[in-house]
Design a protein around this ligand. Structure first.
Ligand code: ADP
Ligand code: MG
Length: 245
């Protein structure tokens, strides 16, 4: 079987003013891969994800999505964001919209999906994340774990081919983390291509195909979970793993 390159990044650089945050990142993500991106706070993980979704503009380097280099100056970024869904630490649900309205908004407004069709798809997605009974509820009536599952359903409603997760469980009470990770694991098992920034090392060990460790704007080490966690090659990685396990 051909393995399709879903994301390819060459020599990506990004600065905020004088702060050089991404320092020549190279990365390839193949179809159905789950990549867990780990590293200390401030190492550039969120900036990298945001560049991949064009929420931040790279300074230089190439970002190639499904074989096509994206030029943020000329390409329709909304079209690209349809392919690349993103889930954030803080859910970012619309507070004044119900769960259903949150999910159907973008398919209708951005993709021009028919309302009935959007509703029917939203219901399917809500039952997939175990929240079919929360259709008409407002976000403030949901637990953090439920909000995050709605946020995942909302991203999936655009039928993305790649999903980016930026610390999706970091804002949750410990007892709510499992339900969100279970939803993500299911998605991974269905073959979704995923890049997940996480501190959940057990999830990374179990679900990831590849672990990528970032430090100070650079990729220090990558490997499959077995090799990475049991036999990290770089001293930096060894130090980092000591602090997290
Ligand atoms: P991580 O997600 O690994 O914690 P970030 O990508 O959020 O790291 O941040 C990397 C560095 O870039 C940090 O020093 C952070 O303060 C800085 N940074 C991130 N976003 C901005 C921004 N919009 N403006 C200025 N500095 C930023
Ligand atoms: Mg971050």
């Amino acid at each position: 079987m051909d393995t399709k390159e879903m994301i390819k990044i060459n020599q990506l650089n990004k600065s905020f003013g004088d702060l050089h945050v991404l320092k020549g990142i190279d990365m390839t993500v193949y179809e159905s891969d789950v990549v867990c991106l780990i590293g200390a706070s401030g190492s550039g993980k969120s900036t990298l994800l945001r560049c991949l979704n064009f929420l931040e503009k790279k300074d230089n380097g190439n970002i190639i999505i499904k074989g096509k280099e994206v030029d943020p100056n000329t390409d329709n970024l909304n079209k690209i964001r349809e392919k690349v869904g993103m889930v954030f630490q803080h859910f970012n649900l619309f507070p004044h919209k119900t769960v259903l309205e949150n999910i159907i908004e973008a398919p209708i407004m951005v993709k021009g999906v028919d309302k009935e069709e959007a509703i029917s798809k939203a219901k399917q997605l809500l039952s997939k994340v175990g929240l079919e009974d929360k259709l008409d509820v407002y976000p403030n009536k949901l637990s953090g774990g439920q909000k995050q599952r709605v946020a995942i359903a909302r991203a999936l409603a655009m039928e993305p081919e790649i999903m980016l997760f930026d610390e999706p469980t970091s804002a949750l009470d410990p007892e709510l983390v499992g339900e969100v990770l279970a939803t993500m694991k299911e998605l991974a098992e269905e073959g979704m291509t995923m890049v997940v920034v996480t501190h959940e090392m057990d999830f990374a060990k179990e679900v990831a195909d590849w672990i990528v460790y970032m430090h100070d704007g650079k990729i220090v080490e990558r490997g499959n979970p077995e090799q990475f966690f049991s036999n990290p090659k770089e001293e930096r990685t060894q130090e980092f793993l000591k602090t997290t396990i």
